[in-house]
Design a binder for this molecule. Structure first.
Ligand code: IDP
Ligand code: MG
Length: 153
């Protein structure tokens, strides 16, 4: 089963939106297979955002993501990487369409509430940065067949 790494960024916690944003992913049918509250150490943030190193917004991004507590979530489900990105909406809140998380709650370029892995490769790398194998639980909630039918071609 595919997995993706979601982070509720510091603005989500400061604005007390964690419950409502988690609900979006659960409502869609994705399964929580790992979840924790933490404050991201600077070195970990730099490793996570290494692909953005050198870009003008990089220093601000590291300051932002380390500025307060975050919730990191490993979500599981067929096509969950794509589904989560669609639920999140475009990167900048003012461009994201209403109905998406960033479109409903965000108005900023940098403070955009959520991170979501953008490919199977980044999902695998990012999940390993934030979770040990023992912190992830593989299970299939009752009713999963009604969300992800096995003959869903
Ligand atoms: P994504 O989060 O939609 O995948 P990325 O391009 O990977 O977007 O950028 C990572 C994060 O860096 C964004 O979520 C946002 O917080 C921040 N960011 C990206 N571009 C800008 C910018 O032009 N100004 C300020 N912050 C930015
Ligand atoms: Mg990205």
């Amino acid at each position: 089963m595919e997995r993706t790494l979601i982070i509720f960024k510091p603005d989500t916690l400061q604005r007390r939106l964690a419950g409502r944003i988690l609900q979006r992913f659960e409502d869609k049918g994705l399964t929580v297979s790992g979840l924790k509250l933490m404050q991201i150490p600077r070195e970990l943030a730099e490793e996570h955002y290494a692909p953005h190193k050198g870009k003008p917004f990089y220093p601000g991004l590291i300051d932002y993501i380390t500025s307060g507590p975050v919730v990191v979530v490993a979500l599981q489900g067929h096509r969950c990487i794509e589904i989560a990105r669609t639920l999140m909406g475009k990167t900048f809140g003012y461009e994201a369409v209403p109905g998406t998380i960033r479109g409903d709650f965000g108005a900023s370029r940098s403070f955009n509430l959520v991170h979501g892995s953008d490919s199977p490769e980044s999902a695998a790398t990012e999940i390993a940065l934030y979770f040990t194998d023992g912190e992830l639980v593989d299970y299939s909630p009752a009713g999963s067949e009604w969300v992800f039918p096995s003959d869903d071609t």
